[in-house]
Ligand binder design. Structure first.
Ligand code: SF4
Ligand code: SF4
Length: 68
């Protein structure tokens, strides 16, 4: 699969609810240390499903270069 030009970016206000983990079809987001979600860049295709499900509205879909 070609690399997507888009990627999800998690904001600092993440409450680690796990909704994005459930929503992601690529298993590209994990809860780390029980405190925040983190994107796995190699797996994320920027589809935006996680952003739609986030109750805290802290996920943005951005250009790949902007997320790093
Ligand atoms: S943008 Fe899509 S692939 Fe990337 S973490 Fe969110 S749901 Fe998963
Ligand atoms: S859905 Fe939003 S608040 Fe919940 S873990 Fe994912 S980024 Fe954090």
């Amino acid at each position: 699969m070609p690399k997507s030009l888009k990627i999800a970016r998690i904001g600092t206000e993440c409450v680690a609810c796990g909704c994005c983990v459930q929503a992601c079809p690529r298993d590209a987001v994990r809860i780390v240390y029980g405190i925040t979600a983190r994107i796995i860049p190699e797996l994320c295709v920027g589809c935006g499903r996680c952003a739609k499900t986030c109750p805290a509205d802290v996920i943005d879909i951005v250009e790949r270069g902007a997320a790093l």
